[in-house]
Design a protein around this ligand. Structure first.
Ligand SMILES: N[C@@H](CCC(=O)N[C@@H](CS)C(=O)NCC(=O)O)C(=O)O
Length: 212
């Protein structure tokens, strides 16, 4: 059977989450480039794939999906390879709690409010919205404190085995750590710093590094 097709760009946090899941499961896939931030917008055909015009979208064996959560759960359940969701209800709940925090708070705060405002915009010669950054810092602190509190003992967020929670957080952290304020904030949460060092050395993470 043909492997899955993923639509999106390698710079995208959410596209990388799906790529990490595919790599962890050792599933060969095709990445069809869709630049959601292209000046004229994405190609017209993409609206059929994702009516809300976000990336990623995904297709496999007649199943067409969008939204990263359903895509990566499908990848975990449809393909052989190591399970990426804990069996124990409590551990699975922690995984889903972490994913919820990232979707609802951490992605916007750590990537858009802090990384884009303090790193990406200055690189492009644009002005940082300092008020936006100031408001984001306490939210970022709450995100990191909660991730630190929820993390189970063991190398990965839910314990001994890597799970979808790790794959969700890693691409967010890859952008956040480039911000000047990130180092000191991470130092206050040693269990997250230790996790991050392990995650960034993982093969799936290395091979999904964005191209620029
Ligand atoms: N809820 C979506 C979020 C996806 C998302 O926000 N992707 C970003 C790129 S990382 C995007 O497409 N942004 C386009 C925009 O905000 O217009 C998911 O889980 O897949």
């Amino acid at each position: 059977m043909q492997g899955p097709t993923l639509y999106g760009s390698d710079y995208s946090v959410y596209v990388r989450i799906v790529r990490l899941a595919l790599e962890e499961k050792r599933v060969a896939y095709e990445l069809v480039p869709v630049d959601i931030f292209a000046p004229g917008g994405p190609p017209a055909w993409y609206r059929e794939r994702h009516p809300f015009l976000r990336i990623p979208a995904f297709s496999h064996a007649g199943i067409d999906l969008y939204e990263t959560g359903p895509i990566i759960r499908y990848v975990d359940e449809a393909f052989d390879g190591p399970l990426l969701q804990p069996i124990a209800p409590g551990d699975r709940a922690v995984m889903n709690q972490i994913i919820g925090i990232i979707d609802s708070y951490a992605y916007r705060t750590l990537v858009w409010d802090i990384y884009v405002e303090t790193v990406s915009k200055p690189e492009r010669g644009e002005t940082t919205d300092t008020e936006r950054v100031s408001k984001a810092v306490p939210v970022a602190e709450t995100c990191l404190s909660e991730l630190s509190r929820l993390k189970r003992s063991g190398p990965w967020l839910t314990g001994e085995d890597i799970s979808l929670a790790d794959l969700y957080l890693a691409p967010v952290m890859a952008y956040f750590e480039k911000a000047d304020i990130a180092g000191a904030m991470l130092d206050r949460h040693p269990n997250i710093s230790t996790w991050w060092r392990a995650m960034r050395g993982r093969e799936s993470f290395i091979v999904t590094e964005p191209s620029d």
